[in-house]
Design a protein around this ligand. Structure first.
Ligand code: SF4
Length: 338
């Protein structure tokens, strides 16, 4: 057999689609300058590319395009019942980046979005204006800004952090949460920690990372990020979410993981810990089954009120096991379980 030398998989962001109105923003030019070899295509509306029917998000993950767009409505949303709300009454989330370059098999984005292209909404100032109105109405708002992507991975090409940091600094009525699996911690050392900006590190046993969280930093890298930022007094949450049932040996897997966690991190310095088993809207799971062959997608979940998750006995056993362990080292009032 003769092997072709051609690479039929286009490199990441070989095409950049730009909404005509998005060209007016200086950040658009800044981003385009970073990809001088990419083909730039002007479009009217990002959904022409992002939400085209009959796309295969799994294949697209190999060479996603980048889309630069202007957000026109829906600048924030009320937090979903499937998310931790930290018992905050005014819990909202926002998404100025859609999709992710990490490849977690269980990620709901593959079930929710019709493509794996990455979208950056470039008009952050409009987000700030709308969120300011929300803050003045509610007085106090808890806002997660990274639910539909692991945004820190993109900071190198779309430098958003400085803007959100300044926004939080000026607006004490908002608490910003950034959730991540990345190892991108050095960036934060250029800033002084502020009490209303929290970083939540999502951590899992190495076995789960290797099997189901492809292309993400390993556990050690995430714990190094966490411990370095704790030393700099950043407000850090840990997210043991989703807990994944790894078969009969799950207890041992999680025991070793928790033991390692408490040996590496001084939990007394952690702001809060969230714990939850894998759960997903059943229609997203149905769509993922069309493309995926991962065991995490094909587990015989039970569906209650359109949410698929582990059968109640597995769920309870896993949550009890992890929470009881943590309670020996950490204030139980600051453990949030979903
Ligand atoms: S890091 Fe988060 S957003 Fe990215 S693929 Fe994994 S679960 Fe999805």
């Amino acid at each position: 057999m003769i092997k072709s030398n051609k690479n039929y998989i286009a490199r990441k962001f070989s095409h950049i689609y730009v909404e005509k109105r998005a060209f007016d923003y200086p950040i658009t030019q800044y981003i385009l300058n970073k990809f001088s070899k990419s083909k730039v295509v002007a479009i009217e509306n990002y959904n022409e590319i992002f939400s085209r029917k009959n796309q295969n998000p799994y294949v697209q993950k190999l060479s996603p395009s980048l889309i630069l767009a202007e957000k026109k409505e829906g600048f924030f949303y009320k937090g979903s019942r499937l998310c931790h709300n930290f018992q905050e009454e005014n819990f909202y989330y926002t998404n100025f980046i859609l999709n992710c370059i990490f490849e977690c098999d269980y990620c709901y984005l593959k079930g929710m979005n019709l493509s794996s292209h990455i979208v950056f909404f470039v008009n952050l100032e409009d987000y700030f204006e709308k969120i300011n109105i929300l803050i003045s109405e509610k007085n106090k708002v808890y806002l997660s800004i990274s639910y539909d992507s692991d945004i820190l991975v993109f900071e190198g090409i779309y430098p958003f952090f400085n803007k959100w940091y300044n926004f939080a600094k000026k607006n004490q009525g908002v608490t910003i949460e950034i959730r991540t699996k990345s190892a991108n911690w050095k960036k934060f050392t250029n800033y002084d920690p502020i009490s209303n900006l929290e970083l939540s590190w999502s951590i899992s046993p190495e076995e789960v990372i290797n099997k189901f969280e492809k292309k993400t930093p390993n556990l050690e890298a995430r714990l190094t990020a966490t411990s370095n930022l704790l030393k700099k007094n950043w407000k850090i949450n840990l997210a043991l979410d989703p807990l994944i049932y790894t078969g009969k040996t799950w207890r041992n897997t999680y025991y070793e993981f928790l033991k390692y966690l408490v040996s590496r991190i001084n939990l007394e310095l952690i702001n809060s810990i969230t714990v939850g088993v894998f759960r997903i809207p059943v229609n997203y799971l149905r769509r993922m089954k069309r493309f995926s062959d991962s065991s995490v997608v094909f587990f015989p979940y039970e569906t209650i009120e359109n949410v698929a998750s582990y059968p109640e006995d597995i769920k309870e056993e896993m949550l009890n096991f992890v929470v009881s362990f943590l309670e020996e080292y950490f204030d139980s009032e600051k453990i949030y379980v979903i």
